[in-house]
Design a protein around this ligand. Structure first.
Ligand SMILES: Nc1ncnc2c1ncn2[C@@H]1O[C@H](COP(=O)(O)OP(=O)(O)OP(=O)(O)O)[C@@H](O)[C@H]1O
Ligand SMILES: [Mg+2]
Length: 250
């Protein structure tokens, strides 16, 4: 069956030309007194899936939180759609079209699937309708009245992604979406990401599982001690495998 068009998405189609949509330069970030990011530099083109790789504690999540504006202190430059965001509040960043799906997923256990889905406010045009979301995630439709606590890990992850698709965001940041999930679910999430890319979403992933990431990613960056130390295209993955094993200690 051919994919249904998910939405008339002016924000997405307008930027799907492939130009640079996010440009991060000399990004530094702190939690209180702890200086965590020491000059992050990378960019994402519209319509790409870009994956941040790196060891535990390297600063991957902190990079996503800094882009979303949910960190105590940051400096440097974060340009989104040619607009400087380094001093922009998180709600304005959301309204510009950036969404963050945290590693811990943030599903409200006392709310059911529908209530969880409807919780984040729609911030711009181009968001998916509930029908379009159920087309992408048929399991969620079956579980509509189930409480957050009753969902499997895979269902929670899908709900966490589904929730941000309603808001109208076109730039999705997903932090370790496959963590702790069974292989068959991981594969499904891969299909979902591929479908979202096809629909014009731009995706910035954090992922430990680079073999899985290679099924969806266009490019990679490696984060170490709060800096980007390397970057390469998916087509160069094999050639970089030895280096990558050394970077990741796997
Ligand atoms: N809320 C916080 N307060 C203080 N330090 C923090 C906080 N969150 C993270 N850190 C520290 O910041 C550093 C980077 O953490 P971050 O969560 O960005 O790493 P990560 O690359 O996402 O790692 P992981 O693969 O384990 O998720 C780590 O040393 C971590 O201990
Ligand atoms: Mg992390």
């Amino acid at each position: 069956m051919p994919d249904l068009p998910l939405a008339e998405a002016p924000a997405r189609t307008a930027s799907a030309a492939g130009g640079e949509i996010l440009s991060v330069a000399n990004l530094e970030a702190w939690y209180g007194e702890s200086h965590i990011l020491h000059g992050i530099n990378f960019s994402v083109n519209a319509g790409e899936v870009v994956t941040l790789l790196g060891r535990n504690g390297a600063g991957k999540t902190t990079t996503l939180k800094s882009i979303m504006g949910i960190i105590g202190k940051r400096s440097g430059s974060i340009r989104f759609n040619a607009q400087e965001m380094i001093r922009t509040s998180s709600d304005r960043i959301a309204r510009a079209g950036i969404a963050f799906c945290p590693e811990e997923r943030g599903i409200f256990s006392s709310l059911d699937v529908r209530e969880n889905l409807l919780l984040p406010p729609v911030v711009r045009q181009g968001g998916l309708s509930l029908d379009q979301i159920f087309d992408l995630f048929p399991n969620l439709k079956e579980r509509l009245k189930s409480q957050g606590t009753k969902l499997s890990g895979g269902e929670q992850q899908m709900l966490a992604i589904a929730r941000i698709l309603r808001t109208g965001a076109s730039f999705l940041m997903l932090d370790e979406p496959t963590e702790g999930l069974a292989p068959v679910i991981i594969q499904q999430i891969g299909h979902t990401i591929a479908r979202l890319k096809k629909e014009g979403f731009t995706i910035l992933l954090v992922e430990q599982n680079f073999r899985w990431a290679s099924t969806v990613a266009d490019r990679y960056y490696v984060v170490e001690h709060g800096k980007i130390i390397d970057g390469f295209a998916n087509s160069e993955l094999q050639a970089n495998m030895e280096k990558l094993h050394a970077y990741l200690g796997v």
